[in-house]
Write a protein that binds this ligand. Structure first.
Ligand SMILES: *Cc1c(COP(=O)(O)O)cnc(C)c1O
Length: 344
């Protein structure tokens, strides 16, 4: 057994252990974990500081998850937009391919908490998804997600990637993973060597807080980047976790240093059981305005909202300009109004 598999086996699977360690009442947490799956890796558990900690909030169950929040279980309508097992086909040229039903640690704010950690994805379902992609020439870009694709063994992952690479119209393969954050031991030299035989292959990591950028996570990203894999990062804007400009500025700068370019800052989806993480749109817009001008453009992600019902992701930008009659007035990053001499 490899070190990472050992670490995964040693993960906390009951919130009781976390409650005991930090002296909080376990019963309410256990009730939540009966509904929504719980697991925290030893690495991530070592980072927790206590119940008000932004990292705690991401992985330890909260009774707020059971509140009657009136939110949908499948806010992006993924189940309906699925033409084959595990496939979400929302845009003409690319598909989301859910190849794994499990993660190393379960995020309390997961948009797929209706299914992740509950149902396994069988290999025959994966094969049916690959058949759909093979039969759909418009698909140029395949985004492996789940669950977390990197929780699968090298052997199974290689098998899936080989089958995808045999499809002539599949140009780009992407993997979305939180494993560099939660189980950095998984990013072995062997995995990186295997992945590097399937270029162009991109990885989007999922760091939400600067304290997640540990030396171990940085080394995991260095191994991936060293294998020639361009790294992006997707952050979810979470109330009480990272909804403050200094926190995100620190996170985005640290990400650049580990060569993971901030790609998207996601507005929280309207997911049942995760409503307590929602922030108003104005919060994300204010943060984006405060980052611009004080932070390298390389460190600034696009703030996106995934529209309810699976209508697609759109970027939201702070207001920078206005047409007044035929005069264009634009605002500088410092807030100064500048008349721009436009052309017909
Ligand atoms: C986010 C998403 C994608 C990828 O979107 P990009 O903007 O290309 O990163 C593809 N399919 C689905 C269903 C998605 O939710």
């Amino acid at each position: 057994m490899e070190l990472w598999q050992q670490q995964l086996k040693e993960s906390l699977v009951s919130p009781r252990q976390a409650a005991l360690r930090f002296g909080v009442d376990a019963a309410p947490l256990e009730r939540v974990a009966e509904i929504y799956p719980f697991r925290v890796t030893p690495h991530y558990f070592r980072l927790l500081q206590g119940p008000l900690d932004p990292l705690w909030k991401q992985v330890i169950p909260d009774p707020a998850e059971l509140a009657e929040d009136g939110l949908p279980v499948d806010p992006l309508n993924e189940d309906e937009l699925s033409p084959a097992p595990g496939i979400v086909h929302r845009y003409p040229d690319r598909v989301l391919f859910l190849v794994s039903g499990a993660c190393a640690s379960y995020c309390r704010f997961c948009t797929r908490k209706r299914r992740v950690g509950r149902a396994q994805v069988s290999f025959s379902e994966v094969l049916a998804g690959i058949d759909y992609i093979a039969a759909t020439p418009a698909v140029r870009d395949v985004l492996l997600s789940g669950g977390d694709p990197l929780i699968m063994s090298d052997m199974v992952l290689r098998e899936i990637l080989q089958r995808l690479r045999r499809i002539p119209h599949v140009e780009v393969i992407r993997i979305g993973t939180r494993i560099p954050v939660t189980l950095p031991e998984r990013i072995t030299e062997g995995l990186c060597r295997m992945l590097s035989s399937f270029h162009p292959l991109f990885i989007n990591t999922h760091f939400n807080h600067p304290r997640e950028v540990t030396p171990e996570a940085a080394e995991a990203c260095a191994r991936l980047a060293g294998a020639g894999i361009p790294l992006g990062n997707q952050t979810v804007l979470l109330r009480g976790v990272n909804d403050a400009t200094p926190v995100l500025r620190d996170l985005f700068l640290r990400l650049l240093k580990i060569r993971a370019r901030p790609y998207y800052l996601h507005q929280m989806d309207l997911t049942r059981g995760a409503g307590h993480f929602r922030t108003p749109l104005s919060c994300g817009l204010r943060i984006m305005a405060e980052l611009r001008g004080t932070l390298s453009g390389l460190a600034i992600p696009t703030f996106v909202v995934d529209l309810p019902g699976g209508k697609g992701k759109i970027p939201l930008l702070p207001e920078y300009g206005a047409l007044r009659g035929n005069q264009v007035v634009l605002r500088s990053p410092c807030g100064e109004e500048v008349v721009y001499p436009d052309i017909e």
